[in-house]
Design a protein around this ligand. Sequence first.
Ligand code: CA
Length: 225
Amino acid sequence: MRILLVEDEPALARQLSNVIADAGFVVETVGDGEEASSLGAIEPYDAVVLDLGLPRLDGVSVLERWRSAGIDVPVLVLTARGRWPEKLAAFSAGADDYVTKPFETQEVILRLRALIRRAAGAATAALECGALRFDTTTGSVTVDGTAVRLTTQESRILEFLLHRRGRIVSRLEIIDHVYERDFDRDSNVIDVLIGRIRRKIGVEVIETVRGRGYRLNDMVGSTSS
Ligand code: CA
């Protein structure tokens, strides 16, 4: 899952970026509203953490631009501005959640996870597919109750597939959500990682859809479709 962090205070941006990355997300940080506005319009982020007081363009205006352009990415506003009119303005502009500074960093992570799984249509913290279970709160994976150890990147890919369960996702789409912008998009690394995930989980839930990508479901008879 790929997160855009919009925060102009360098020390806070670094701290938050580390916490978000430690939680297993890919995080990209920008410090001004104009840049945030254009990046958010072209990059498929899974969620945004948005400060309100920003150089060049304030957070509410960034949000208004995205929403009027039909960009429905979940947005968590993180700001020192905790007065009611400011909250009202942010929610009216299309915010999904609002946290005021100072804040518990883990609370931000929990809220981000909740926003992402809600956006994917899941109400509970655990994503399941057949015998496979992925706990989005802890990042732990089990098959029939037995723990499976995945690397950060394998885990990101599996979580992304689970969020889009039943749908075909292309390699490029996977790359867009589990790597940073400058990643070499011609890489066949996704196929290699999918192969490793399949071996580790040992159940056939990831289907290869020839020429199109992968699809996760619990009815896979053959992995070569
Ligand atoms: Ca600020």
